[in-house]
Ligand binder design. Sequence first.
Ligand code: ADP
Length: 454
Amino acid sequence: MFNRVLVANRGEIALRVIRACRDLGIEVACVYSEADRDAPYLKLADKAICIGPAPAAESYLKVQRIIAAAEVAGADAIHPGYGFLSENAQFANVCRECKIEFIGPPEAAMQQVGNKDRAKQLAKLANVPTVPGSDGILKTPEEAMQFARQVGYPVLIKAVAGGGGRGMRVAHDDAGLVTGFAQAQQEAEAAFKDGSVYLEKYLDRPRHIEVQILADKHGNVVHLFERDCSLQRRHQKLVEESPAPNLPVEVRDAICAAAVRLVTAANYYSAGTCEFLLDRDNRFYFIEVNARIQVEHPVTELVTGIDLIREQIRIAAGEHLGYTQADIVQRGSAIEVRVNAEDPFHDFRPNAGTITKWQPAGGPGVRLDSHVVTGYRVPPNYDSMVAKLLVHRATRADAFATMRRALREFIVEGIATTIPLHREFFDTPEFIAGAVDTTFVERVVMPRFAAKHG
Ligand code: ADP
């Protein structure tokens, strides 16, 4: 096992990794930017090292500074969290060259699944259904148009390096395709330094179902069942739950088996997620692999009782999983809401600033993953998530009741958050019935919310 882990991240996931290290009896060091100097979780680390100014490009994304921090801290492993360098195979490679274990998948697997187009090719080889799409990168709008006419509009232009909904455009006709193509390329070039795009059929009101995977370095692969992440805005998840409601058991089993086939084919280890879309006839299509821990991992921790960060660390240290698929059960119903420092009454305007009152929810069935305390200043430089509020109950109906109660208890003052919108979700009949899709928030909830509060 490792002696000391360096956390190369910030916010709630930094705290989450610190906690996992403590639970395992491992020392832990943490990096921070000047904007995070006063972050309360830094006091929980054995060492905290400043790696530069606020902009991520000058701190959390600076490979040399993070490696130097690991050396100063005497860390023998680095946990990258999510975002920042977590899916950067080159960073993983530098870590290993410096004899520091990267707590994540092997570089070869990261390279294979990190590119959406390559991941789709792999899925096909593993006999996993994919969304009908252009085979490979499209160079010109004319090429794209040819394909779009073949499969029929609407189509989705996607960046091969995409993530966080960036470099993605829907096109409903030739004209929209020409403008969307250029926009997606530009956005992808700016965000990922890779402007390559491809095309997919834009599925009509699909659900988003993903499967959590764990694999060790000895060839053992298990899945930890599914999460339903259909409540989204602009292709970004807002709420996640497990099990997925109204999912026939044979469909669930088929999706989980497909995910296992896919990561096995990639010679993958560590934690990972295979994402799928489900159409209205319950046919599923692979869209991408997230080769890292995800924001919504605690949903799975609650229903399976398995600590995923602990497992990532154990796997990186070379330990065996120590259990088989038959040992993993899904118990009860878990739901997570992402509390973002954004104003849902004003087009989700980011709300950096000082939190004057932070009164979190608690009590039976509630878990809160957050790095925030009263007086905390939300910096404007990073992702706006300030907390993940989770509930776990025996049934989905009970979980909804506890979430309603928790959202009522949770009081944040000084900045606007998405809590009022979450309260609306849990009173929405279609969501209560488990009958939503990835377009539901924008199509149905936001107009109702605006009418009510307009
Ligand atoms: P990113 O990596 O940027 O998050 P994903 O490929 O994971 O992008 O897709 C994010 C979301 O975009 C999905 O959950 C879904 O809502 C939507 N989406 C992606 N591909 C399609 C598609 N072919 N048809 C319809 N919606 C899609």
